[in-house]
Ligand binder design. Structure first.
Ligand code: TMP
Length: 208
């Protein structure tokens, strides 16, 4: 069996069902491994990160430069790594994170069109020594995800983007999954919650 670290991330477009997936993963880890689990999210997960999240999602930041957006995502990530993710992993706990660096490739790279190599340079700077052991990519057609998300709350700055933006986000996730199939597992998220959860359990069981 491959040795994976205990850092599990969840990715996908808006409305893919990440929140339920994170809950299912946490539950699986607790019952199967009896281990402590830190459940967190990006951007966010620390006081500074949550402040940056408010800035990033608020419509006041409409038209923010794509570079500023990318750098703020990584600023939040640097804080999150130092204060939450790394200490938890060092303590032997599991970390389940709703989004991580794959989201910067998908949204700022795919969605905004930033050069993927520049994003990679920031990833190397911020976490040269750490990548998720497993990433679950919840894949859903953009129109379906957006319709689900629209039923929840007033759209934030990202949720207000056009379908073409999210198509590029989804395509970038697909490319990353194809490039790193051992780490990134695709979950068909178009089906019922029960069916999504059974796919998640299967992937976790094979991985750990
Ligand atoms: P969510 O976590 O509630 O889905 O919202 C976070 C938003 O931030 C979502 O639209 C994706 C976006 N995002 C990026 O654009 N880049 C990133 O690196 C991360 C972590 C999130």
């Amino acid at each position: 069996m491959t040795m994976r670290n205990r850092f599990v991330t969840v990715e996908g477009v808006e409305g893919a069902g990440k929140t339920s997936a994170v809950a299912a993963i946490v539950e699986w880890i607790k019952t199967t491994h009896g281990a402590q689990v830190v459940s967190t999210r990006e951007p966010g997960g620390t006081a500074l990160g949550e402040d940056l999240r408010s800035i990033l999602l608020n419509h006041r930041a409409e038209g923010m430069s794509s570079d500023a957006e990318l750098l703020l995502m990584f600023a939040a990530r640097a804080e999150h790594l130092q204060r939450v993710i790394k200490p938890a992993l060092v303590a032997g706990h599991w970390v389940v994170c709703d989004r991580f660096t794959d989201a910067s490739f998908a949204y700022q790279g795919g969605g905004r069109g930033l050069d993927l190599q520049r994003i990679d340079a920031l990833a190397q700077w911020t976490h040269p020594d750490l990548a998720p052991g497993l990433t679950l990519w919840l894949d859903v057609p953009v129109a379906i995800g957006l319709a689900r998300a629209a039923g929840r709350s007033a759209p934030d700055r990202f949720e207000s983007e056009k379908q073409t933006f999210f198509d590029a986000v989804r395509n970038t996730y697909a490319q990353r999954q194809a490039a790193e199939p051992a780490r990134i597992k695709r979950i068909d998220a178009e089906v019922s919650i029960t069916e999504v959860q059974s796919q998640i359990t299967q992937v976790l069981t094979e991985a750990y």
